[in-house]
Design a protein around this ligand. Sequence first.
Ligand SMILES: C[C@@](CO)(OP(=O)(O)O)[C@H](O)COP(=O)(O)OP(=O)(O)OC[C@H]1O[C@@H](n2ccc(N)nc2=O)[C@H](O)[C@@H]1O
Ligand SMILES: Nc1ncnc2c1ncn2[C@@H]1O[C@H](COP(=O)(O)OP(=O)(O)O)[C@@H](O)[C@H]1O
Length: 293
Amino acid sequence: MSPLVTRAPAKINLTLHVLGRRSGDGYHALESLVVFAGVGDSLRLDPGPALDLAVSGPTAGPAGPAGDNLVLKAACRLAEAVPGLAVGRFSLHKRLPVAAGIGGGSSDAAGALRLLARLNALAPDHPALLAAARATGADVPVCLDPRARMMRGAGEAVGPALPLPALPAVLINPGVPVETAPVFRALGLAVGETNPAAAVPHPEVEGVRDPSDLLDRIGPARNDLEAPALTVAPVIGETLAALRAQAGCRLARMSGSGATVFGLFGHRSQAARAARAIAAASPGWWVRATMLR
Ligand SMILES: C[C@@](CO)(OP(=O)(O)O)[C@H](O)COP(=O)(O)OP(=O)(O)OC[C@H]1O[C@@H](n2ccc(N)nc2=O)[C@H](O)[C@@H]1O
Ligand SMILES: Nc1ncnc2c1ncn2[C@@H]1O[C@H](COP(=O)(O)OP(=O)(O)O)[C@@H](O)[C@H]1O
């Protein structure tokens, strides 16, 4: 049987409002506009008798041992829920920076679930897929069908796909891994506490078709994890400053819990020029011009 392939694009939180900290599981309730980049990992599944994974690519090392990989975690969750699930050997080509706020592991895990669904002719809305995604990580459900949409709750509630205009962007990761849990902790909310910043509501983006209109709407919104992440990794401030110094940069903000930041531009050519200039000035940084959609 021929191999099945999928791309696992980087997830970008264009906005990330933390509403508060839930009593019960202590997770943070979020409201986030999530989009996906043209850069990502790639994943292949060769059908076979047993579940297995080989990881290659420039960031295979930082992703950790294959046995701990979220690809296998998600696949095992699905195999537990669907008796007789056909499986096989995954090959993950890892290019995205790890522990970077762009959900690389989550997108890989979601890609694994998509490939297993294809192999087993499971409908994309099969409840076992969403359950396996939720059990694998807070960011996995939104990555199952990687298109622009709102994410709410701790990540388990994903809205319908939004036909938003594509945005030219530059992504920068300064090469410093940032773990998610310490950034949420640094926000300092007690269990059951509401985030005071949540008094300012998230902008409405449904129905927006013009890129400039989208930029105007999300400009005043926030990533509430940016300030706490800056205390954990001050270099994030340098990456934001580098973006803001570029001609045509309309907005610079951090994604997820960092350290990756994105700059949004009016035109693709401005983004490409900015990426070249930043990469030349800071050769140690991961810098990519891409489209977000
Ligand atoms: C912050 C976000 C925004 O999209 O992205 P990343 O920075 O990870 O890319 C996500 O909420 C991260 O999702 P993910 O990375 O899958 O989180 P998980 O592994 O499930 O959780 C890691 C830890 O983060 C904290 N956590 C996560 C999600 C959430 N809504 N509230 C939390 O408090 C918890 O302490 C949890 O133990
Ligand atoms: N496929 C994977 N890709 C990246 N990291 C993975 C993967 N599987 C497990 N991990 C582990 O998950 C952690 C978070 O990685 P990642 O998904 O890159 O974070 P983020 O969501 O912040 O970008 C890392 O510390 C890494 O060891």
